[in-house]
Design a protein around this ligand. Structure first.
Ligand code: LLP
Length: 385
């Protein structure tokens, strides 16, 4: 969010690239961790949001663990210096080699998402001569009131095991000698802005934990996932998300005794510290009168608008014009959905101007692709400018 102040320095750099506000990242981590420590909560960073090595190095300084969704994410976390015992691994479709790797690395817990997976982890743990700690990822059947593309906890979702299936498999699960069920995990979705949803989530978690305990599972931790949303509309008004409220709601409503409580935040930790800086290549107007600004970034650098219709606030950071016009901002990829936004009010925008696409620190670079043989975007850090 600092691109306007440093615009002059940015004009000399090759675009497009992600610009990271390191000071804002630090303030965000400080806020999350100091508030979590008030309640004794443990915070994991969902590395899928952004695996930039410099960001990981800073995140590690603040003592977070890591939540992974693939074997390569586990490897990335370990290579970035995170203690394997601070790593959890969830994922609906883990390959055998990924599970073997997680077992080998002796991570904190493998969060299993099907009865078949529990069997496979048990078998691979036996092969390795180990007893492996696992968590049951339970589908809590909650509507998180967010974009349907990114909800994960509704009854028909592919994520987690339904409580009914666990109930009918209790003896089966308990018969597995090479796994130990030590945790319960739920994650209901992402970009949650209605905080009362977290209250519903806690109430559901209480019931699930109570029932699992009655069934004889001795849970040491309850992982309530991530999901806290950020302000895409007006990022300057809310650069740091409201961690205090989420923790306070959890404290008030989650009743899980002495068990450890874990969060796994992605977007809320890194979303606002990153912006995508892109240069205007051309202007043109369609026969229907749509004024296009064609920029040198595209859905290959930031796919969220094309994939989910997500909104990112866009500003021209170099124009000195006072008159404003409405633009449709399109990218370079050979896809008609490669549109960053329509009807964007910008000062008269010319070839060479720099635009910032804000709040792009999460699920921007980590979802970038090489479609059309585009280069992957680079990264620039505010403290190195
Ligand atoms: N834990 C689990 C098990 C998850 O699946 C996710 C995100 C998180 C934690 C972190 O959630 P967060 O705090 O970031 O909301 N690409 C989409 C978001 C997909 C989220 C996938 N899971 C987007 O760009 O909006």
């Amino acid at each position: 969010m600092l691109s306007r102040q440093v615009a002059e320095k940015l004009t000399k750099l090759e675009t497009p690239f992600y610009l990271y506000d390191v000071a804002l990242l630090r303030q965000t981590l400080e806020s999350a961790m100091s508030m979590a420590s008030k309640y004794g909560y443990k915070v994991h960073y969902a590395i899928k949001a952004n695996y930039d090595p410099r960001l990981l190095q800073i995140i590690r300084e603040y003592g977070l663990g890591i939540d992974c969704a693939s074997g390569n994410e586990v490897r990335c976390a370990i290579e970035a210096g995170f203690d394997p015992k601070s790593i959890v691994y969830a994922g609906v479709g883990k390959r055998d080699k990924e599970i073997r790797y997680a077992i080998e690395q002796n991570i904190y817990a493998i969060n299993c998402e099907s009865i078949e997976e529990l069997h496979l982890v048990d078998e691979l743990a036996r092969e390795a001569g180990r007893v492996v700690d696992v968590a049951l990822r339970v589908n809590p059947d909650i509507d998180p009131k967010t974009n349907h593309c990114i909800d994960t906890g509704q009854a028909d979702s592919k994520f987690g095991i339904s409580y009914e299936e666990i109930l009918s498999s209790v003896e089966d699960i308990k018969s597995l000698r090479n796994i130990e069920v030590v945790g319960m995990h739920i994650h209901i979705g992402s970009q949650i802005r209605e905080l009362h949803v977290f209250e519903n989530m806690c109430n559901k978690a209480n019931v699930i934990v109570e029932n699992l305990t009655k069934l004889g599972f001795e849970l040491e931790f309850v992982d309530v996932g991530g999901g806290l949303g950020i302000n895409y509309d007006m990022p300057e008004n809310e650069p740091i998300p409201n961690f205090a409220s989420v923790f306070a709601i959890t404290k008030q409503h989650l009743k899980v005794g002495e068990r450890e409580v874990h969060f796994e935040f992605g977007r809320s930790l890194v979303g606002q510290c990153g912006e995508l800086i892109t240069r205007v290549l051309f202007n043109k107007t369609t026969a229907t009168g749509r004024r296009l600004a064609i920029v040198d970034a595209s859905m290959t650098e930031l796919i969220r608008p094309a994939l989910y219709g997500s909104y990112h606030n866009i500003e021209n950071i170099t124009s000195e014009e006072s008159q404003r016009l409405k633009y449709t901002i399109v990218g370079t990829a050979c896809e008609s959905t490669d549109v960053f936004d329509e009807n964007v009010s910008l000062p008269i925008t010319k070839r060479g101007d720099l635009l910032t696409i804000k709040s792009a620190g999460a699920y921007g670079m980590s979802m970038a692709s090489r479609y059309n043989q585009h280069d992957l975007p680079g990264a620039v850090y505010s403290d190195e400018l």
